[in-house]
Design a protein around this ligand. Structure first.
Ligand code: ZN
Length: 253
């Protein structure tokens, strides 16, 4: 690979030209104050980019990413992003989006201890160790990691909900909703996972996170939700005696 970034600068010029051709006011609009409605807290994995996954333009979503989408409540970076998003931008929706097959979660489960990263991943590895017997009973290692990926999302939504930034916003009546989601790289679909929290009371009503290990929440993509809704809308009476199959139409009499 080249020692310079000329190829990237070339791509940048081509992109800016294409954008301007498609919409001459695009960059004028972007230069105005940003008014995103969402804060995305996701993994640093290069395949899980908020704007692409959600099909949003720049300016529509405020983003924070780190390895395994961990909310450390002593991390100045995430707290600054959260505070700015909630207090200044008045963002209404905070989305913690994990992804299946996360290398960070996989490393936490493997119990690696050789890098700074392993300190970062400690909340995940500690939770895994606490429930090791249950996780290890999942025979398929991929499924085991994915199960932990889901629980990790819920853990981080709960941590967000416990920050003074979020509590203060709720206390002053600000509309602020926290959501847990998970993305699958192999089909491009984001799945609703929960929890969805809009108040301290909702947070307090959550069962213990330890309970989630035994009672998993089913992650559902929008496509699956639509299919379930469509199936639910079918009138069972119409299914009982379809015209094609009633005795009147039966040639056998
Ligand atoms: Zn990841």
């Amino acid at each position: 690979m080249s020692a310079t970034l000329d190829h990237l600068f070339d791509r940048n010029v081509a992109w800016a030209n294409r954008k301007t051709r498609e919409d001459p006011h695009y960059f004028h609009r972007m230069a105005e104050q940003q008014t995103p409605h969402y804060l995305w807290i996701g993994c640093s994995d290069s395949r899980v980019t908020a704007n692409s996954v959600l099909g949003l333009d720049p300016g529509e979503i405020f983003v924070h990413r780190n390895i395994a989408n961990v909310v450390h409540t002593s991390d100045m970076n995430i707290l600054s992003v959260l505070e700015f998003a909630v207090d200044q931008l008045k963002i209404e929706h905070v989305i913690v989006c994990g992804h299946y097959g996360c290398s960070g979660v996989s490393r936490a489960i493997a119990g690696e201890r050789g890098a700074m990263l392993d300190h970062w991943l400690l909340p995940i590895s500690m939770f895994y160790r606490k429930h090791r017997a249950t996780f290890d009973a999942i025979a398929d290692p991929t499924e085991r990691i994915n199960r932990m990926c889901e629980i990790n999302v819920e853990m981080q939504v709960r941590r967000l909900a416990a920050t003074p930034i979020v509590e203060n916003a709720w206390a002053r009546g600000q509309s602020l909703h926290l959501h847990g989601c998970i993305y699958a790289i192999d089909d491009g679909l984001m799945r609703d996972l929960g929890p969805h929290l809009s108040s301290v009371e909702m947070r307090e009503r959550l069962p213990s996170i330890d309970q989630r290990v035994f009672q998993p929440v089913e992650a559902q993509s929008s496509m699956r939700q639509q299919a379930i809704a469509a199936f639910g809308a079918i009138d069972p009476a119409a299914l009982e005696a379809p015209a094609c199959c009633t005795r009147d139409h039966d040639l056998g009499g």
